[in-house]
Design a protein around this ligand. Structure first.
Ligand SMILES: Nc1ncnc2c1ncn2[C@@H]1O[C@H](COP(=O)(O)OP(=O)(O)OP(=O)(O)O)[C@@H](O)[C@H]1O
Length: 266
């Protein structure tokens, strides 16, 4: 088991933000976290990344107690891509991605060709080669997002934690990031808002009002009943005729559905 979280909870200023989250993630599994705004997805990811100390419960990472590991030990196993990670520092794209190598460097292990290879591969993977010398502040939102993902890949992690990684991305790059997540073979936990993208995950966890209320395969989870209860939408399942995949189409609950039983002959 790569990650084991038991009864995780977080409280702040007397308010419970997350409670009773228990989950296990196998090596190489892609787990999607879905849930409405404010349901606790980022909070759970930040606890799994060791960035937020749980008020309750504990996390095991690759067989070790996360609370007993230092940031460097955690960063050699886990890379985290936050939702809005920005920097005001004037750094180049290459500098930003090179930061991913930090957990592997020290006085006895200075920068080497291997580190440069990791950085070049990571930039190529997110289709950002050629941007190395650009100033970070001149990048668009989507380019910044891809550089953040490159920084995480340069870290050569076993576990990838991604908070809405397709935010800001155009459709080509949304699809290529989702495809990349699928083929990296890393243990990945990814918070997603696009429920059609979520269908490509091995399993989905649903957060609702600070609780992990369901965990299972996309087919088990993305039912019209659950989508109605959790997201307050009505969903219709369609089949893409080109490859037979399921596609969900959503309507707000206030939008009237056409009466399928009415056969008007005019
Ligand atoms: N430091 C904090 N102090 C007070 N409330 C907080 C703090 N951090 C998070 N919250 C609240 O906790 C709840 C869960 O936040 P979280 O960011 O985990 O949700 P989320 O599911 O990731 O939401 P979104 O989909 O909007 O990104 C929100 O209501 C948020 O306002």
């Amino acid at each position: 088991m790569m990650i084991r979280a038991s009864d995780l909870g977080w409280r702040t200023r007397g308010k419970t933000i997350l409670q009773g989250a228990t989950l296990e993630i196998e090596k190489g599994e892609v787990l999607g976290l879905i849930g409405p705004n404010g349901s606790g997805k980022s909070t759970l990811l930040r606890m799994l990344a060791g960035l937020l100390k749980p008020s309750q419960g504990h996390v095991e990472l690759a067989g070790q107690e996360l609370a007993r590991m230092n940031q460097r030990e955690i960063a050699r196993i886990t890379a985290f891509v936050a939702q809005q990670a920005d920097t005001s520092d004037r750094i180049s794209v290459r500098d930003a991605v090179e930061l991913g190598r930090t957990p592997w460097l020290d006085a006895l292990r200075p920068w080497s060709e291997e580190d440069s290879r990791h950085v070049a591969n990571a930039l190529a993977t997110v289709e950002m080669q050629g941007f190395e010398t650009r100033d970070w502040i001149t990048l668009s939102g989507g380019e910044r997002q891809r550089v953040h993902i490159a920084r995480a890949l340069a870290q050569a992690p076993q576990v990838l934690l991604l908070d809405e990684p397709t935010n800001h991305l155009d459709i080509h790059h949304q699809l290529s990031i989702m495809r990349l997540i699928g083929r990296l073979g890393l243990t990945t936990i990814v918070a997603l808002h696009d429920l059609n993208q979520a269908m490509s995950c091995d399993r989905l966890g649903v957060l609702h009002q600070g609780r992990l209320i369901a965990l299972g395969s996309p087919a088990e989870i993305l039912t019209p009943e659950l989508l109605h209860c959790v997201f307050a939408v009505s969903a219709t399942e369609l089949i893409d005729p080109t490859d037979g995949t399921r596609v969900l189409r959503f309507r707000s609950m206030t939008q009237a559905l056409p009466d399928m039983n009415r056969h008007d002959v005019s």
